[in-house]
Design a binder for this molecule. Structure first.
Ligand code: BF8
Ligand code: SF4
Length: 644
């Protein structure tokens, strides 16, 4: 195994890397090595390809400045490139949200018979927020109006996004004053493309402010709509026990791995995989049943709502195939490696694309159709079963590692749970912070990236350092899976890793010190939780006053950049592991890491060492605690007293 221990942190992945090598499966980690050294200009964000007078590079040296043919400086080029990343990320999340809203519309019209309203309470709550009449109307009627109103926000041209009104009044004022209150979701994204066209916006601050606006339209728009309508239509998650890591794949059953981001089809696949007729077919083909599991955020969605195990993170997608035990990998959109067909060809694995937006050459396509959701799912499950007899049992190599976790926390549920069933409220959480049992709350989210090896190290070490210092951690995306593999999302983790104050709270409430709140669009749940904390009182008037922080220790995607920007835009200090590609412009770097404080009450920071990054977050929380005049941390105070 040797080197593989340095490449990925968990043993299952190390073993699977070995198996991949043996079978000639090339992985992202191998390709990462073959890409070295990577382009310095790209890394620093100073390469411009926006028109055909270029490509140009802008470089500032001691001798002076080299600028683009059109005269664009490094500041302009770096800011424009970043804005385009935000546009890409916001578009991905928001298009997911749009598709959910569209399915919701079909459901309300009775044209998607397999879907219905599963969370009536949330339906009515959202209807109220969107100004949809509920009196004397059936849930079907309410859902129809809600779907139409929510869908209209994507193309809205003026005004403000409705869900942005969830933010504290203070925060909304900040946005209005800075002119970054999002007007419509598509509008902000299109404007990114316009402003970054050759010869339009040249002022890096002005460009980046539009980045804030676009990102806010993702966090408080597209992503929030995705999360909330999914909850209404598929059911709001509740805490649920499950398992993670490659060991969840079965030696004896038909393995179907769902991968991507949208739960609309995968929820149906869950149902189909439990259907007696299909289970019988699996038996007839020699299997002992059907084992469904997931990769990336589709995994997180079905994990949160159904307890379906996660086979792993973004960087385990090829490794899952390399076990030789996967009959079908079913993909929808986002974070799919174009290398998957090549990996699948080494085995009997059928790769199946399902979205008209994400096809792969030479790969079987079974297109998802909301009107026939369950039938499409059955066809997919059947196709997987038919592959089982082709499995070469001799070469199957499933690493035997799994870990238990509890997932399924939401802003509505978890903190209410802290309040107990008699008086559901955020009071106990706020009190925990005010009394100094809890230092604060951190959101640790985002991807895995081969540029941080061993992969997962950043997530795991950061989170351990945070909980050791009495910081309650909430997680989404691959970061949640990475820490789950380490056992940090199991209730027992509190006793092993958490500081005393956090331990007491976890014990009293029966929660892990690290809470899985879902997929990447579900970062909107973290925003919602922050709003509730402000509303509950005692911790200031704005999100920027809360002792909270955000981090993405191993980010890689444009979505992560959009998330980071809306988190900062919402007033939350945010640390990324590897820096954004802005180092070619000291001015942009300075604006992101310092200048934004004056405008938004929060900044970015970049720190590759996860422990140092956690310390920055802790330091930030301490400063916020001091500003709020909160008492010192309970046990630190006692220890200090005992020492004197
Ligand atoms: O949306 S954390 S690698 S899977 S982008 Fe992708 Fe990153 Fe994973 Fe989920 Ni989010
Ligand atoms: Fe070069 Fe300017 Fe064209 Fe960019 S927009 S490629 S900097 S000439």
């Amino acid at each position: 195994m040797g080197d593989n221990e340095k490449r990925m942190r968990d043993e299952a992945s190390q073993e699977a890397l070995g198996a991949a090598e043996a079978r000639g499966v090339v992985t992202a980690l191998d390709r990462y090595e073959s890409q070295q050294p990577q382009c310095r200009f790209g890394k620093q964000g100073i390469c411009c390809r926006l028109c055909s007078m270029g490509p140009c590079r802008a470089i500032t040296t001691a001798k002076g400045e080299k600028i683009g043919v059109c005269g664009a400086t490094a500041d302009t080029i770096v800011a424009r490139n970043l804005l385009r990343m935000i546009a890409g990320g916001a578009a991905a999340h928001s298009d997911h949200g749009r598709d959910v809203a569209h399915t919701f519309l079909l459901m309300a019209r009775g044209e998607a018979k397999d879907y219905g309203v599963k969370d009536e309470v949330k339906l009515r709550q959202m209807a109220a927020e969107y100004g949809v009449e509920t009196e004397g109307r059936s849930s079907q009627e309410i859902a129809l109006s809600l779907a139409e109103t929510a869908l209209a926000e994507f193309g809205q041209q003026e005004g403000e996004l409705k869900l942005a009104a969830r933010a504290p009044e203070r925060r909304q004022e900040v946005w209005r004053k800075l002119k970054v209150m999002p007007r419509g979701i598509d509008r902000e994204i299109v404007e990114c493309m316009h402003r970054t066209h050759m010869g339009v916006d040249m002022d890096y601050r002005n460009i980046l402010r539009h980045g804030v606006r676009t990102a806010l339209s993702d966090g408080w728009g597209g992503s929030m709509i995705a999360t909330d309508l999914q909850d209404v239509m598929l059911g709001s998650p509740l805490p649920i026990r499950a398992k993670v890591n490659l060991g969840v794949l079965s030696e004896e059953k038909v393995n179907i791995v769902v991968h991507g981001h949208e739960p609309i089809l995968s929820e149906m696949i869950v149902e189909a995989s439990r259907e007696p007729e299909l289970l019988k077919l699996a038996e007839e083909r020699g299997a002992k049943g059907i084992q469904l599991s997931g990769i990336c955020c589709t995994a997180n969605e079905v994990l949160m709502r159904q307890g379906i195990p996660s086979a792993g993170t973004f960087l385990q997608q090829e490794l899952a195939i390399a076990t030789g035990a996967v009959e079908a990998m079913v993909v929808d959109v986002q974070c799919l490696m174009p290398s998957l067909p090549e990996a699948a060809r080494c085995f009997h694995t059928e790769l199946i694309t399902t979205s008209p937006k994400a096809r792969m050459p030479g790969v079987r396509h079974i297109e998802f159709d909301e009107a026939e959701g369950f039938d499409v799912a059955r066809e997919i499950v059947r196709a997987a079963i038919e592959k089982f007899p082709e499995r070469d049992k001799e070469t199957v190599n499933i690493p035997k590692h799994t870990m238990d976790l509890v997932a399924g926390f939401t802003a509505e549920y978890v903190f209410r749970m802290l309040g107990g069933s008699f008086r559901p409220s955020y009071r106990p959480l706020n009190n925990g912070i005010i009394e100094g049992r809890l230092r604060g709350v951190a959101g640790v989210v985002g991807c895995c990236n081969p540029n941080m090896q061993p992969v997962d190290y950043g997530h795991v070490e950061m989170v351990k350092e945070l909980i050791r210092n009495d910081v309650l951690v909430v997680q989404t995306g691959c970061s949640a899976i990475a820490c789950a593999k380490e056992g940090l999302l199991a209730p027992e983790a509190a006793f092993q890793y958490a500081g005393r104050g956090l331990q007491e709270i976890c014990e009293a409430v029966g929660i892990p010190p690290v809470l899985h709140v879902g997929s990447c669009v579900d970062n909107s749940r973290i925003l919602a939780a922050c709003c509730e904390m402000v509303k509950e009182g005692g911790l200031g008037e704005d999100i920027s006053e809360l002792p909270v922080a955000g981090a993405a220790p191993e980010w890689m995607s444009e979505k992560a950049v959009s998330i980071g920007m809306y988190v900062v835009g919402s007033g939350i200090f945010t640390v990324f592991g590897t820096p954004l590609p802005v180092e070619g412009s000291p001015a942009v770097n300075e604006y992101l890491t310092k200048g934004m404080a004056a405008e938004l009450g929060a900044t970015w920071a970049f720190e590759k060492d996860p422990i140092a990054a956690a310390q920055m977050m802790i330091e930030h929380m301490n400063e916020k605690r001091t500003a709020l005049n909160l008492r010192p941390m309970m046990y630190e105070e006692r220890e200090a007293a005992a020492a004197t």
